[in-house]
Write a protein that binds this ligand. Structure first.
Ligand code: CA
Length: 397
């Protein structure tokens, strides 16, 4: 081989390697199973991770630390018998791995990681993960930094060993599709308990990788997708928060409805845990089971995070700071903003002012029931000099 030819080959090889590095996001070609809200587009977020790098358990690599902290989002060490450790997460074989081992006679040592960036609706978050062959929980979830709102993307206990209590097999064949709303003081936790929160389609989840995704469309609407197929929809205030836990004024006060639903930005958390309600039933791994490290390592091949953005307002930070739902709207429209606004003016497509509403809070509800169906332009006035626009579709009653 001449020197030039060799150089060419090396150049070609480097080029191919570079292509593999930059274009190799694992989810390329896998369609997002749901459309964003009307007139919006999915935008991939920086918290997405294909874990196609390596990181030791300690110290973590810079690629890992760019996106994740290797602990829970506060100092809590985990539920029940769980003790989380920063050294119980690593990236190997292009996969995030969270092992669980015996810490002492009572406790289990395992890991938890939290995204650096929060996500807020409208958003689609999906993981490609292998549920552990364990009674422990394999978890991917969203949680507001103040621990009051939670969306579970994947919660599963993959062990289907029939020599345990028969209930073990029942749980092992299911994926828990749930969300929580909490009051912290005094502590109260609500989650739906309808049968459809325990998804079953005959799959033995521990046997392979599957895709688990949630479309968080707005504070009152969640769609759960498994392997790209809609598995459950949770929609409406009574399904999201029947006990008024998200009341802004007096949480839990059912006589004064100021509920917001799931309206807070959330951290992404990936972890393994031993849950008290399960270990209380004897559903906690034995020493022999824990000694099988492959069974007791939660593996996540990738996570992708999309936020729905309005392509017409991508340059306008003010418009980006407004969230409106539902869109299309039937009667009342909820408008949430990061800062106080003065008013919203509603124009039809001929530029005729239909209605003007003063906005007094950062969360406002306006009545649009009298509008004819069609597309409207909303002009938001922030102060005397700053205004910006968004679109809304009105549906017929
Ligand atoms: Ca990967």
């Amino acid at each position: 081989m001449t020197l030039n030819l060799m150089k060419n080959n090396i150049t070609t090889l480097s080029f191919l390697l570079m292509c593999a590095l930059v274009s190799g996001q694992d989810w390329n070609g896998i369609p997002i199973p749901t459309n964003p809200p009307i007139d919006m587009e999915w935008e991939l977020q920086a918290s997405s991770d294909d874990f196609n790098y390596t990181s030791s358990a300690s110290p973590k690599s810079s690629e890992f630390l760019e996106k994740w902290d290797d602990y829970y989002h506060n100092a809590w060490s985990g539920p029940g018998l769980t003790i989380w450790s920063r050294t119980k997460s690593l990236v190997e074989n292009s996969t995030l791995q969270i092992p669980a081992t015996r810490l002492n006679a009572a406790n289990i040592s395992t890991g938890c990681i939290t995204s650096r960036e929060t996500i807020i609706y409208p958003a689609y978050v999906e993981v490609y993960a292998k549920v552990m062959n364990s009674t422990l929980a394999s978890d991917v979830w969203l949680l507001s930094p103040d621990d009051t709102q939670e969306i579970d993307i994947l919660e599963a206990y993959g062990d289907v060993n029939p020599t345990r209590d028969p209930i073990n097999v029942w749980f092992g064949e299911r994926i828990h599709l749930s969300h929580h709303v909490f009051i912290r003081q005094p502590f109260a936790d609500w989650q739906p308990t309808t049968p459809d929160t325990w998804y079953y389609d005959g799959t033995i989840w521990k046997d392979g990788y599957h895709r688990f995704g949630v479309y968080w469309r707005d504070p009152l609407h969640l769609e759960y997708y498994i392997d790209g197929v809609l598995a459950k929809t949770t929609s409406g205030m009574e399904q999201i928060d029947p006990l008024h836990h998200t009341n802004t004024v007096n949480p839990g006060d059912t006589s004064n409805d100021t509920r917001t639903g799931l309206n807070k930005a959330m951290d992404i958390i990936i972890n393994v845990e031993d849950q008290t309600w399960r270990s209380n039933q004897g559903l906690t791994p034995t020493n022999t089971e824990l000694a099988n490290t492959d069974d007791h390592t939660f593996k996540v091949d990738w996570i992708r995070v999309y936020k729905a953005v309005d392509p017409l307002s991508v340059e306008d930070e003010n418009a980006k700071s407004i969230r409106m739902f539902p869109n299309p709207v039937l009667n009342s429209l909820q408008i949430e903003s990061n800062s106080r606004l003065k008013s919203v003016s509603i124009y039809n497509l001929n530029g005729v002012l239909i209605k003007i509403e003063r906005l007094t809070e950062t969360i406002n509800t306006i009545d649009l029931s009298e509008l004819a169906n069609g597309l409207y332009i909303l002009k938001f006035q922030k102060d005397d000099s700053i205004s910006f626009y968004k679109k809304i579709i009105k549906e017929a009653n």
